[in-house]
Design a protein around this ligand. Structure first.
Ligand SMILES: Cc1cc2nc3c(=O)[nH]c(=O)nc-3n(C[C@H](O)[C@H](O)[C@H](O)COP(=O)(O)OP(=O)(O)OC[C@H]3O[C@@H](n4cnc5c(N)ncnc54)[C@H](O)[C@@H]3O)c2cc1C
Ligand code: SF4
Length: 336
């Protein structure tokens, strides 16, 4: 599958990137929507295969890999700042992150394969497009089976009669970042804005993130208050060596005198957005973790998960694995 034709733009600074984004989204020669006129590429491990499948055919591609200021992991005040272009390998291998924010290094280490983690970036993982069996296919396949709401069509094969898309957000690091109460920084024409990651995702499979076409994610901030938790990430995938998650769960727990002082649980790949499990922190707080409590948290996580037939595995199995993985992860995190 060949790539569609596009013009490659290579900014060296965030300012230059923002100005190019503004220019390309303002003056649309194609009559296409602003979001479709230009696409950002970081590691390209998701965008390029999608462009080959003609899921995106932008007139311009903004290659941000040469913006040096967006690479690296830095202690910043009392927390840690991670540039959006930091590779997943560097996150996986960071001593600082492993020591203080272990759930993130564990989640990063499960993304795809070593080669893809060398290229793939944290920003790309956060901004990853949602996935569905009916969408991540070649143009010929999609034409043969009929287009859908997410691209070129007006119906959903997964939830017929519905008017929205349920494609699953399938990134591994966002649930870990949600557990760590991470903020992200976004650069756009009106400057920089910062928001909690939990407000970034919309829950809709098409417009899955709160990002304007003329904006890019620049940094991730991990607060000091989230450091030194015991953290565990577990994921379900078809091929253990390379695949996207079909269900994933991150758990962080901080204990004091054997009791849970604070805890958070988040799930991925089972909804159009990665989500914190409501009620899990309250259920765990102040308790000593045992099988029954871990089971109850697993049940809560399974209630949060609403998988549909967007992947090769059945929704029932993915939901059940969220329950099982959550229980196991809670027991492991509480035993550290
Ligand atoms: C075979 C295979 C297996 C994979 N398995 C997994 C897996 O197990 N888990 C997983 O999480 N991912 C997986 N991926 C997807 C991908 O490799 C990772 O998610 C990776 O982190 C994406 O980062 P990237 O820099 O390559 O993103 P890109 O492909 O460059 O971009 C991805 C998306 O994010 C946007 N984007 C990138 N950076 C920014 C930014 N700074 N601001 C705004 N938008 C931005 C792009 O426009 C694009 O829409 C897999 C990919 C392949 C090909
Ligand atoms: S969930 Fe429905 S609309 Fe969304 S990609 Fe799948 S088939 Fe298309």
């Amino acid at each position: 599958m060949s790539l569609p034709q596009f013009k490659l733009l290579r900014p060296r600074t965030v300012e230059e990137a923002v100005s190019l984004l503004a220019k390309c989204t303002d003056s649309i020669a194609t009559g296409d929507s602003p979001a479709h006129n230009i696409r950002i590429v970081a590691g390209g491990t998701d965008l390029i295969p999608s462009m080959r499948q003609k899921l995106f055919e932008p007139q311009y591609v903004l290659d941000i890999r040469h913006i040096a200021e967006l690479k690296g992991i830095h202690q910043q005040g009392s927390g840690v700042e991670i540039g959006a272009l930091t590779s997943l390998t560097n996150i996986e291998r960071s001593d600082l992150l492993r020591r203080r924010y272990a759930v993130l290094t564990e989640a990063a280490a499960t993304v795809a394969s070593p080669l893809l983690r060398n290229m793939g970036t944290l920003g790309g993982n956060i901004c990853l497009d949602t996935r569905c069996l009916w969408y991540n296919q070649s143009l010929t396949w999609r034409k043969g089976c009929g287009f859908c709401i997410k691209k070129d069509g007006d119906l959903c094969h997964v939830a017929p009669g519905g008017t929205r898309c349920w494609a699953a957000f399938s990134g591994d690091t966002p649930p870990a970042l949600l557990c760590l109460n991470a903020d992200i920084e976004i650069a756009g024409a009106s400057g920089l804005r910062r928001m909690p990651l939990r407000e970034f995702y919309t829950g809709d499979g098409v417009t899955y993130r709160n990002l304007e076409p003329n904006e890019l994610v620049t940094r991730v901030f991990l607060p000091e208050s989230s450091a030194d938790y015991s953290g565990v990430y577990r994921k379900l995938r078809v091929r253990g060596s390379i695949d996207y998650p079909l269900a994933g769960v991150a758990v962080v727990i901080k204990r004091s005198n054997g009791h849970v002082a604070e805890a958070r649980v988040a799930v991925t790949a089972v909804n159009p957005a990665p989500l914190l499990v409501k009620g899990a922190s309250e259920l765990l707080a102040g308790k000593i973790v045992d099988e029954d409590l871990a089971d109850a948290v697993g049940n809560l996580a399974a209630k949060t998960a609403k998988p549909l037939t967007t992947s090769a595995l059945t929704p029932e199995y993915r939901r059940e694995m969220i329950r099982v993985f959550t229980k196991r992860a809670v027991l492991v995190a509480a035993s550290d």
